[in-house]
Design a protein around this ligand. Structure first.
Ligand code: CAA
Length: 389
């Protein structure tokens, strides 16, 4: 099969893509089903991904990263997600929601202390915005951070934190001035072992079961005032800016899942025979294959476009919210479509836990939900197009 379309990738891009592909196929594919079944966190493979530079791809080498660009990040992440979406989201959150925000808004001291161990893969970073009563309407959070001399006292409950049970460091968003609503939100860097921070039970999930998710409970958790990220009241903007980067990661996760499901379905359509011919020769299956492939390549183009827009933003400081939201919206709905069709093409075998197709189907769904639901992406896109915000 020729690779479609032909992108002008640099030698460096091809190198990281191929390294990620080899690692993913040799080290992740053989264990993915077992970790999905047990729901165990894949500590060992994540550590190895850290030593290969995958946990901080865009982070400068001086802070422990690989010092590469967004396209390199997307190419590597795509390969990891094709093998297993759980490893993929751990990598995505570490790179974009955690490291990227500190790199963009942190002081020199914060970058050294909070990025270096995480970008080098020795520690794990997480991002905590959502609360039990505050999901899509992220500006309505109730948790409070109160200044207390040279410290802030954190109180409240955060939910759905990816890597929550295992992370060593967190970027956490809390209200410092509730009267100002969104403009009263601030961002904080919190070390995982700080007294007053406890982790809730691990969420039992439909998919991405090897990625650990939990609540965080803050009860008089005292952190140094120097752990404020950005300025007081700047937290909502930081959260949104960082989510633009995160959404490129989730779009890429969706692309990886879709590719894996598509490849399984294509193979099956060629090999499986019914009524004396391969099932792919029936238009009912062949047209599915055509639509799956076309949507996957369209997703890839939107993702690469968003990656280039993010790269441009590094130079001119502009936003790439539109490009990131379009990529996430289309790629996540493509992942759901492709995984659904892949199960259908496999018939009974698609429903069996003996093949990975049912896992792709379960893993695909989350990409339409976290880091902004499809409805939120449509809101961002339509507001941007209609000049409403
Ligand atoms: N970049 C920079 N600034 C931004 C921005 C962005 N992408 N989006 C909004 N802002 C700024 C606006 O310019 C505005 O600032 P000014 O008042 O100074 O002009 C301010 O933020 C408020 O913006 P809005 O009025 O647009 O805010 P809103 O309340 O209408 O909400 C929203 C906008 C798009 C709905 C937003 O709330 C949103 O994205 N919600 C979804 C939240 C989300 O994705 N949650 C997932 C959490 S992470 C997760 O899933 C768990 C995990 O671990 C993976």
């Amino acid at each position: 099969m020729p690779e479609l379309p032909i992108y002008p990738l640099s030698e460096e891009h091809k190198m990281i893509r191929d390294a990620a592909r080899d690692f993913a196929q040799n080290e992740i594919v053989p264990i993915a089903a077992q970790f999905d079944e047990s729901g165990e966190f894949p500590h060992e493979t994540i550590k190895k991904m850290g030593s290969m530079g995958f946990m901080g791809i865009e982070i400068p080498e001086e802070y422990g990263g690989a010092g590469m660009d967004t396209l390199a990040y997307v190419l590597a992440l795509e390969e990891i997600c094709k093998a297993d979406a759980s490893h993929g989201v751990i990598m995505s959150v570490n790179n974009s929601l955690y490291c990227h925000g500190i790199l963009k808004f942190g002081t020199e001291e914060q970058k050294k202390k909070f990025i270096t161990p995480v970008a080098s893969g020795k520690a794990i970073g997480a991002y905590s915005l959502t609360e039990p009563q505050s999901g899509s309407d992220a500006g309505t959070m109730r948790s409070r951070a109160t200044r207390d001399g040279d410290f802030y006292m954190l109180n409240g409950r955060k939910s759905w934190v990816t890597s929550g049970p295992v992370a060593d460091y967190f970027v956490v968003f809390m209200m410092t001035d509730p009267e100002k609503k969104q403009k009263g939100v601030s961002a904080f860097l919190v070390e995982g072992h700080t007294p007053g921070l406890t982790r809730g039970k691990k969420e039992p999930k439909l998919g991405i079961r090897a990625s650990a998710t939990s609540e965080l409970i803050f009860e008089n958790c005292r952190i140094p005032a120097e752990n404020l990220l950005g300025r007081e009241g700047e937290g909502f903007k930081i959260a949104m800016t960082v989510l633009d980067a995160g959404r490129i990661g989730i779009a890429t996760q969706a692309l990886g899942i879709a590719e894996a499901a598509y490849e399984a379905a294509r193979q099956y359509a060629v090999e499986r025979e019914a009524f004396g011919q391969p099932i792919g020769a029936f238009q009912g299956t062949g047209f599915k294959i055509a639509d799956m492939k076309t949507r996957i390549e369209a997703s890839r183009l939107l993702i690469y476009n968003a990656a280039l827009a993010k790269e441009k933003s590094k130079a001119d400081g502009g936003r790439y919210s539109l490009e990131a939201s379009m990529a996430k919206l289309f790629a996540s709905e493509t992942a759901m479509y492709v995984a659904h069709q892949a199960v259908q093409i496999h018939g009974g075998m698609g429903y069996s836990r003996e093949l990975p197709v049912e896992r792709y189907f379960r893993d695909a769904k989350i990409t339409e939900i976290y880091e902004g639901t499809s409805e939120i992406q449509r809101l961002v896109i339509s507001r941007s197009e209609l000049g409403l915000k």
